[in-house]
Design a protein around this ligand. Sequence first.
Ligand SMILES: [Zn+2]
Length: 152
Amino acid sequence: MWKRVGRDRQREKVYRAERKFRDEIGCNYILRDDEVKKLIRRLVGRSGLKVEVKFKNGDRFWARARRVMGERYRVELPRWARNEVVICHELAHILAGLENWHNGAFVSQMIKLYRRVAGREKAEMLKKHFRAERVRVTGRGEKPIWVFKAGE
Ligand SMILES: [Zn+2]
């Protein structure tokens, strides 16, 4: 069973960095539903995972990613979240492993995804914002937040 062995220390800092970055590059627009689906398909691509999207009306919700069952996942997106930065954030939760929450492995995965969407230059800008908030951007040498222990 899953055992929590760490804390989600970086969450607030990650949110803050992303907010500042989105303001800086003007990434606060709302993609159309079909654009969102296309983007998700492209990014999940060869991973072999199944990711469905659920659009939520209104802006009162958090965006989130969760496991539906087995290797099927769902990304829930309110209107404000339908842009490349937030979508890469949610998909990074899935591709890095939900158990990593907002640790360095997660952030590293998010930057990778965003580089594929927006190119190297913008990905570097995003990384700069993470660094400015003292966010860990690599999973190297890092302990996980959750670990799986068989038979407990
Ligand atoms: Zn998150």
